[in-house]
Design a protein. Structure first.
Length: 366
């Protein structure tokens, strides 16, 4: 269950996981609400077996809407009688687990996946305290909590939200793709004039505060010898468009395989991340990455081996970009190492194995 299938890594996580589960003969239903406001639904949403809950959304809804969503979900769980309910994201985690718990002894095993660091960078201190209390209460009622990265797990345990023996790390699985010719990819994206003797650095993310598009703008301004392309959409897109310097093109949402094929390296500027899905995709494209040391980004990018992990500052990111492009052979070697590692560590098959083991453990604990 997920509150809404909006554009981003969590949606792509679910799309891959459900495809692998169905191919393995597992029965899957994804209960979800609708995108809201300026959110964009992920193009792959329709590949999943969705059941839409009209009253469910990410935002804190009027009490009646949340109660109705909970009732809808309780009825759905009661009708389907699944072995496991796996909730994703905070809002779905609250409503979904409450609905399942209301079934009493008839409830299925409860598993909740934490995809990001909700305690950092998203909400006010007051909201964070409320989220922490709610997450702690719901974790105590869950059979197992899954963390999208070791850093996410460590933070949950350190904050005493969940006991160490009740949370396990799972990794995303990303389907491999064939990188197309960079010139063709740039033409498809409408940036055929880029490339040549100027390297192209890609940034692919939701354009929201925690991803720090303003930091990307600052990096581009002090790195005039590199062209940057930004893929993604979100609430801060107008500001990104307005303040982008001449060597930063904003493209809106772009298909990941095409986007990364157009790039020579990848950049991530976030303050907060779980396991960045876009960086796994960049690795599969054979790209070295410069990433801020945000969340579990360093679990995707091995510093000095598959890219560079730098402090959370524009100058640190800019220096990392400059270091990579100054040595194209070393950058290419890092990109090759990144692809080799991603094929093993972030395969869909491994994702299925880890989730199936977690579900079996949760069911056995009942």
């Amino acid at each position: 269950m997920i509150a809404r299938v909006n554009l981003g890594g969590t949606a792509r996580w679910l799309e891959t996981l459900t495809a692998e589960q169905m191919a393995a003969g597992q029965e899957v239903v994804v209960a979800t609400g609708h995108v809201q406001g300026d959110e964009v639904e992920d193009p792959g949403a329709d590949t999943m077996p969705l059941v839409r809950l009209d009253r469910l959304g990410r935002a804190v809804s009027p009490p009646l809407d949340d109660v109705m969503a909970l009732r809808e979900l309780r009825d759905l769980i009661g009708d389907l009688q699944p072995d496991v309910v796996n909730t994703h994201t905070a809002k779905a985690g609250l409503v979904g687990r409450a609905a399942a718990l209301s079934l009493g002894r008839r409830r299925p095993a409860l598993v909740h996946t934490v995809h990001g660091h909700l305690l950092k960078g998203y909400f006010s201190a007051t909201t964070v305290r409320g989220i922490s209390m709610t997450e702690k209460l719901m974790a105590s009622a869950s059979d197992l909590v899954l963390a999208a990265g070791q850093k996410v797990r460590d933070d949950l345990v350190a904050a005493r939200i969940v006991a160490a023996d009740k949370v396990v790390v799972v990794r995303p699985g990303v389907r491999d793709f064939t990188r197309i010719d960079p010139g063709l990819a740039r033409a498809e994206l409408g940036i055929a004039d880029l490339g040549g003797d100027r390297p192209v650095a890609g940034w692919l993310a939701r354009v929201v505060r925690v991803k720090r598009p303003d930091r990307l703008v600052a990096v581009a301004k002090v790195t005039p010898g590199v062209d940057f392309i930004a893929g993604g959409d979100g609430a801060l897109r107008p500001g990104l468009d307005e303040h982008a310097p001449g060597n930063l093109r904003t493209l809106g949402w772009a298909e990941p395989a095409t986007f990364w094929s157009a790039c020579d390296l990848a950049v991530l500027t976030s303050d907060n991340e779980a396991m960045p899905y876009s960086l796994v995709e960049a690795a599969l494209a054979g790209l070295a990455t410069v990433t801020t040391n945000a969340g579990s980004a360093s679990e995707v990018v091995v510093d000095g081996v598959t890219g560079l992990v730098v402090p959370l500052s524009p100058m640190a990111v800019a220096r990392g970009v400059q270091q990579l492009v100054a040595d194209p052979a070393a950058m290419a070697a890092m990109g090759a190492a990144a692809r080799e590692r991603a094929l093993v560590e972030f395969s869909p098959a491994r994702m299925l194995i880890e989730h199936t083991a977690a579900y079996e453990r949760a069911v056995a604990s009942r």
